[in-house]
Design a protein around this ligand. Structure first.
Ligand SMILES: O=C(O)CCC(=O)C(=O)O
Ligand SMILES: [Fe+2]
Length: 170
């Protein structure tokens, strides 16, 4: 991604190279006889840098929002799904938007997923990287310390792309 964008000084990589943080969510979705009445995980984007996700027992349920429609992500054997998180959207000044997703439940089968979230080293600020900012392309997002960013994540309920909207300047 840095190569494609022509970024210098490891402007993305430095967030994870030393003391980046990883956390894991293992989720068991029991079968639900009335799946239309419940939601497994409500619509949100991941506030991390990237998410690496395994639909561990190959049962579908994950959907991503594309052109305002929910699209099913078919489980593939031995394949990981990589979701762009809000931090990549902010660092790239919107060039790589984070993906909104949700999980619906299955009437018959239980579903297991394992999501690994790549989170930033707390030493660096979160904001658009300087090599992507020019007079013609001014920052679209605020720059905050990682601690402020994480504090904001925990004080806002996951809700669509609401948190990345809070980080927007206009
Ligand atoms: O269970 C899944 O497939 C996704 C879970 C998820 O979106 C999350 O934990 O942030
Ligand atoms: Fe998620």
């Amino acid at each position: 991604m840095e190569k494609v964008l022509g970024l210098k000084n490891k402007e993305i990589l430095r967030l994870v190279e030393f003391d980046g943080m990883q956390s894991i969510n293992m989720i068991n979705y029991p079968p639900c006889p009335q799946p239309e009445k419940v939601i497994g995980v409500k619509p949100h984007s991941d506030t991390a840098i990237l998410t690496i996700l395994l639909q561990a027992n190959q049962v579908e349920g994950l959907q991503v929002k594309k052109d305002d429609k929910w699209v099913l992500v078919k489980p593939l054997p031995n394949a990981f799904i990589v979701n762009v998180g809000d931090i990549i959207e902010i660092l790239t000044n919107g060039l790589y938007p984070s993906i909104e997703h949700r999980v619906v439940v299955n009437p018959k089968q239980e579903r297991l997923s394992i999501a690994t979230f790549l989170n930033p080293n707390l030493e660096f600020d979160i904001g658009p990287v300087s090599s992507l900012i020019t007079q013609q392309n001014p920052p679209k997002y605020k720059t905050v310390t990682s601690k402020e960013y994480i504090k904001g994540v925990f004080s806002n309920e996951p809700d669509g792309k609401a948190y990345v909207d809070i980080m927007k300047l206009y």
